[in-house]
Design a protein around this ligand. Structure first.
Ligand code: HEC
Length: 159
């Protein structure tokens, strides 16, 4: 099974919609916060910390991988690499990219209104959501390393 057939098939312009949604989130986030986005904890948000408390925790990432497989994979594809739904490990989600752990946490917890991205704030505990964030961030590091290696191999073939 490569790409999910059902979920997200009604999102042919997912990328543009995503950009719109991110913009909307930004505006909502900013109006709620009047502070830097992703820097300060979201007003009324479930978690008080702005950074992932489980960052780099290998056991947490393994748990997150399992949770992702059960709850997210059918839409976001294996390991969040995306198909018809947004990927969660490259571009703005790449290591050091503009999308923060907090932004990811809030997106998972609250969902995206009027899209297939539901809110998981009731189904999953805060710890479980952070475990998923930890897994996806780890996967993003792996994806980046793999891309760099492929580029190096490509370069090497020129000499
Ligand atoms: C039923 C399908 C579906 C499921 C299940 C689902 N998602 Fe999503 N998700 C989407 C769609 C569609 C979007 C894009 C929403 C939009 O248009 O902004 C999205 C967006 C996101 C985004 C923001 C992506 C971006 O680039 O803005 C994150 C992060 C995310 N999902 C994480 C998860 C996680 C983690 C889970 C599991 C706990 C999950 N999703 C489960 C469909 C799904």
């Amino acid at each position: 099974m490569k790409e999910p057939t059902l979920p997200c098939s009604s999102h042919p312009r997912a990328a543009r919609r995503r950009a719109l949604a991110i913009g909307t989130c930004l505006i909502l986030g900013l109006s709620g916060l009047a502070h830097g986005f992703g820097v300060t904890p979201a007003g009324g948000g479930p978690a008080a910390t702005s950074a992932n408390p489980l960052a780099g925790n290998v056991a947490a990432a393994r748990k997150g991988e399992e949770l992702f497989g059960r709850n997210c994979q059918q839409c976001h594809n294996t390991r969040g690499h995306g198909g018809k739904c947004p990927q969660l490990v490259r571009g703005a989600w790449a290591p050091g990219g503009p999308n923060s752990d907090r932004f990811m946490f809030d997106t998972i917890s609250k969902g995206r209104p009027n899209t297939q991205m539901g809110s998981f704030g009731l189904a999953l505990s805060e710890e479980e959501i952070w475990q998923i964030v930890t897994f996806l961030r780890e996967e993003a590091v792996r994806v980046k390393a793999t891309a760099r290696k492929a580029a190096d191999d490509d370069d090497a073939s020129w000499y």
